[in-house]
Design a protein around this ligand. Structure first.
Ligand SMILES: Nc1nc2c(ncn2[C@@H]2O[C@H](COP(=O)(O)OP(=O)(O)OP(=O)(O)O)[C@@H](O)[C@H]2O)c(=O)[nH]1
Length: 358
């Protein structure tokens, strides 16, 4: 029987740097043919577009498949399995498959899908890589081991510290074979080491925790872990939840409980369309202001700037906004399209108006 094709799952919260890490991996793949399956929250296809346009020889457009009908962990049967079968059925199947989950996905249901008949005989999960935004964690976005939150909780026993963000984060950490503490460039000296130690103590035994900037890690470290993660799913569940009473309610209905905790109605996204933008720098500042005013978690897309033939890629994680001109619009319409992602209750009309102002 032919050897199973290894598949690596790359997970991590919104904007942690998954696409950046994958891009680096593709650029340094040393001839390995890697197929990508990308799942995004929000329907603009920004990640796929960035990766398809990478111009890397070993990665043709056909090798990048986008799954856009909802979250990969909830559409496994309808979308993920058929896509895997399509990739495996090719005359020239890939050497390795890399799956980028959306920042809101739980990796566990996806890993479980590798036990499906027809998939389990042909593919194995080489490893789960969880990318962590080191800066966001140390700023306390996930309320993870943050002394202040613990102190507050002790004062108020009723305070439910399990926010949707911290639950997702913990599950993504619990499923990891390797944790990448990314954005090391934004951390003060010693902070990255501290975070590594904290995450190592949170993760399962033996999980590697490495530090990176722009996801720049040797491909040999990322691929070829040979874990077979689909075989030890039980070890990857909710390591830190069991002491919580409200989770004990779910014991009889474990999966349903998790799906609920992960409910996508806790997060929402919409697309804002704008015309040409006069001034790229002023616009980036306005975007940062709007993000701060409305607690937006993630904003990304492409902008048309007056007088510039190239489109401006705009990437914001919290109030940090990165912009760069990536390629000419060509025949695509010159317009600005941004996807906005946040916790449920975003004031769409106000956000749109604020982005248009100026
Ligand atoms: N300063 C800094 N920025 C980074 C680093 N890694 C990624 N970024 C930036 O963070 C932003 C988000 O990066 P992505 O790679 O798109 O993150 P992602 O996890 O794929 O995002 P989603 O798919 O939306 O969940 C981009 O602007 C990146 O350039 C890093 O190590 N340092």
């Amino acid at each position: 029987m032919a050897a199973k094709i290894p598949a690596t799952v790359v997970t991590g919260f919104l904007g942690a740097g998954k696409t950046t890490l994958i891009r680096h991996m593709l650029e340094n793949a040393n001839g390995k043919r890697i197929a990508l399956i990308i799942n995004e929250f929000g329907d603009l296809g920004v990640d796929g577009d960035i990766l398809k346009g990478c111009g890397i020889e070993t990665c043709s457009e056909d090798d990048v498949v986008e799954l856009s009908n909802g979250c990969i962990c909830c559409t496994v049967a309808d979308e993920f399995i058929p896509t895997m079968e399509m990739l495996l059925g090719r005359d020239n199947p890939p050497d390795h498959i890399v799956i980028e989950t959306s920042g809101l996905a739980l990796p566990q249901p996806l890993v479980r899908a590798f036990n499906w008949p027809g998939i389990s005989t042909r593919v194995t999960v080489d490893g789960v890589i969880t990318v962590v935004d080191g800066k966001a964690v140390s700023d306390g976005q996930f309320a993870h081991n943050v002394a202040a939150v613990d102190a507050q909780r002790k004062q108020d026993e009723n305070l439910n510290h399990e926010t949707p963000l911290s639950e997702l984060f913990e599950d993504q950490i619990a499923c990891a074979d390797m944790i990448v503490v990314n954005k090391a460039d934004l951390l003060a000296t010693g902070e990255a080491d501290h975070l590594r130690a904290v995450l190592k103590s949170e993760a399962r035994k033996g999980v590697q925790v490495v530090t990176a900037t722009m996801g720049a890690l040797p491909v040999e470290i990322l691929l070829g872990q040979g874990v077979g993660a689909e075989g030890d799913l039980d070890a990857r569940h909710e390591v830190h939840h069991h002491h919580d009473d409200h989770h004990d309610d779910h014991h009889g209905d474990h999966e349903a409980g998790r799906e609920h905790a992960h409910g996508h109605d806790e997060f929402e996204s919409f697309v804002v369309e704008l015309g040409e933008i006069e001034d790229a720098i002023a616009f980036a500042e306005r975007v940062a202001d709007v993000i701060r005013a409305h607690d937006i978690l993630r904003l990304k897309g492409f902008a048309a700037i007056s007088g510039k033939p190239m489109r401006l890629t705009l990437q914001a994680v919290g109030p940090r906004v990165d912009t760069y001109f990536d390629r000419p619009f060509g025949t695509a319409p010159r317009m600005t399209r941004l996807v906005v992602i946040g916790q449920a209750g975003l004031k769409q009309a106000e956000i749109e108006a604020a982005l248009k102002a100026g």
